[in-house]
Ligand binder design. Structure first.
Ligand code: PPS
Length: 288
């Protein structure tokens, strides 16, 4: 299939037609946020599905029912995708959602509500690697080509939801004040219970230490990889083929070291550095 058949363009961003439509994007713009909603925002491959596991558990005090009975895409739907309209009436409050939207695509009701945001950021070098493998296994995305070719596309923003740097910057320049919390994928990999305590404090969940440990166990890479409601094994092979590359691939930080040549690293760093120049916030990892 050609790129035109696979993708549609929405306000300058390419999105796959399999999961998005004009109707779903209109539905997102007209969506009414509630003050009690929580939305996890990510650039693709930064920890979205992880937050789909974590949020219901933090919001419901560790009851495993949703993660064992509802597929992640219906449990914590994407704001912009087709499934939201189908399941919206079944979501119980406080509702959790995810989105890959940059800040300026968020709908009007989001801005007037008090809905909270958790922005998850991941080292862009690992985002690139994860995305490269995902494009190989996802039948609803185009072939990534060589790693070198895919890196160029990524750096130029010719990938889902545009440039990584623009996404990160957009969510740093908001009027959200204490409605937004920033967390990194690396922080979650390093110490998930500590990350869960931060999330729980932010959401006012007041979890006991025992519950934090229980959630950490159920949101570990291996437990999630084995959870059929979260590992995409319910999706037909033509859309997601885990024989090509599993969705739960490695779940580590630093896999980029196994993929970047020294030339690619230099090019990647110089582009990202230039685009982050003059920003008032600094990235939590060294780009080298
Ligand atoms: S998507 O397609 O945008 O929704 O992908 P996303 O969920 O944002 O990112 C997928 C990567 O997150 C990893 N992942 C985890 N890592 C560690 N622990 C847990 N529990 C976990 N859950 C998901 C997943 O393995 C993908 O990263 P890579 O590097 O490809 O393994």
């Amino acid at each position: 299939m050609s790129s035109e058949e696979i993708y549609m363009t929405y306000r300058g961003y390419i999105v796959p037609k399999e999961t998005h439509s004009l109707e779903s994007l209109k539905f997102a713009q007209e969506f009414t946020f509630k003050d009690s909603d929580v939305v996890a925002v990510t650039f693709p491959k930064s920890g979205t599905v992880w937050m789909q596991e974590i949020l219901p558990l933090v919001l419901n005090g560790g009851d495993l029912t949703p993660i064992h009975t509802i597929p992640n895409w219906d449990r914590v739907p994407w704001l912009e995708e087709k499934r939201l309209a189908v399941v919206v009436d079944q979501l119980s409050s406080p509702r959790a959602l995810v989105t890959h939207f940059p800040y300026h695509l968020m709908p009007p009701s989001f801005h007037t509500s008090k809905a909270k945001v958790i922005y998850v950021m991941r080292n862009p070098k690992d985002v690139l690697v994860s995305s490269y493998y995902f494009h190989q296994m996802a039948g609803f995305l185009d072939d990534p080509g060589t790693f070198d070719e895919f890196m160029e596309k990524f750096l130029e923003g010719r990938v889902l939801f545009g440039k990584w740097t623009d996404h990160v910057k957009s969510w740093r320049h908001t009027e959200l004040g204490d409605r937004i919390m920033y967390i990194t994928y690396e922080e979650m990999v390093q110490d998930l219970p500590a990350a869960l305590r931060r999330i729980s404090d932010f959401l006012g969940s007041n979890l006991s230490e025992e519950t934090v440990q229980k959630i950490a166990e159920h949101c570990s890479f291996n437990t999630m990889k084995a959870n059929n409601m979260s590992n995409f094994s319910l999706v037909p092979k033509q859309y997601m083929d885990s024989n090509k590359s599993p969705f739960f691939r490695k779940g580590v930080s630093g896999d980029w070291k196994n993929h970047f040549s020294s030339e690619q690293l230099a090019r990647f760093i110089s582009v990202i550095r230039k685009e982050m120049e003059g920003e008032s916030f600094s990235l939590p990892w060294s780009l080298d």
